[in-house]
Design a protein around this ligand. Structure first.
Ligand code: SF4
Length: 250
């Protein structure tokens, strides 16, 4: 017994008490900050260099749905682009993922865009089925971490379940490869209505580096309503959990 108490004392408190206000390492790349003084030539040069066409060549704004957080734009123009450690960057609408020059803070989440049925039914318990649709296992690992003792999303009743029959929605990772397109549709249909869809990571949101590839088939993403966009490459567990908290209104 004394041994167990010593172990518990040694471990101390492992869970993160306040998931919304953690200070992450400065090396973490979260919400970009773009100088309001960016020139048109800088925006054009950065857009030309960006590997996923995430930068608008006229305004210099960054689309987090396309950005791979590679940091190349910040290397190219250090005083113009930088990435803050702000991880709260999930959005309820695709347009909410655009970060404009001079923007401070995150305004991408619009609570009015959340379907009322989601908050009414899933606020206290949300079961999700994860579908890796051509993913590289990076977002999948982070989603797995979201349930560990540190992030502990289970405290809000948010959990992954094995069967889509037991789920309230699906979380998609990966660019949706052609081989996974039918399986994704079948999994979604197996979830009872009302059901929700969450896109996790750059690949799922836009195709990322694989956008336009003949091996990718994204009809599913285009024809269904998406309830939550969780950017990142991979997405951080805190981005995922706080995004769901915003969606559920908790
Ligand atoms: S960090 Fe994002 S916006 Fe900048 S170059 Fe890389 S992909 Fe493009």
């Amino acid at each position: 017994m004394i041994k167990e108490i010593r172990i518990l004392a040694d471990h101390r408190i492992q869970y993160i008490a306040d998931l919304r206000n953690q200070v992450l390492s400065e090396r973490f790349r979260g919400r970009p900050v773009i100088s309001a003084e960016i020139t048109s030539s800088q925006a054009e040069a950065a857009a030309t260099m960006c590997p996923t066409a995430a930068i608008d060549g006229e305004s210099g704004s960054i689309d987090l749905g396309r950005c791979t957080f590679c940091n190349a734009c910040a290397f190219m123009f250090p005083g113009v682009f930088r990435f803050s450690a702000d991880y709260r960057i999930a959005a309820s609408e695709r347009s909410g993922l655009i970060v404009k020059p001079g923007q401070t803070g995150w305004s991408g989440f619009n609570g009015l865009a959340v379907r009322p049925v989601i908050r009414r039914l899933f606020r206290r318990a949300l079961k999700l089925r994860q579908v890796s649709a051509g993913g590289d296992n990076s977002c999948e690992m982070e989603l797995h971490a979201a349930g560990n003792v540190n992030f502990d999303m289970g405290r809000y009743g948010i959990e992954f379940v094995a069967s889509p029959r037991h789920a309230d929605g699906i979380v998609i990772t990966g660019p949706v490869s052609e081989n996974m397109a039918d399986a994704l549709e079948m999994t979604y249909r197996a979830v009872p209505s009302p059901r929700l869809i969450i896109l996790c990571g750059t690949d799922a949101i836009s195709g990322g580096l694989f956008a336009g590839s003949p091996a990718v088939k994204r009809d599913f993403i285009e024809k269904h309503h998406i309830d939550l966009y969780v950017p990142g490459n991979p997405a951080h567990p805190l981005t995922f959990i706080t995004g769901i908290m915003d969606m559920l209104g908790i």
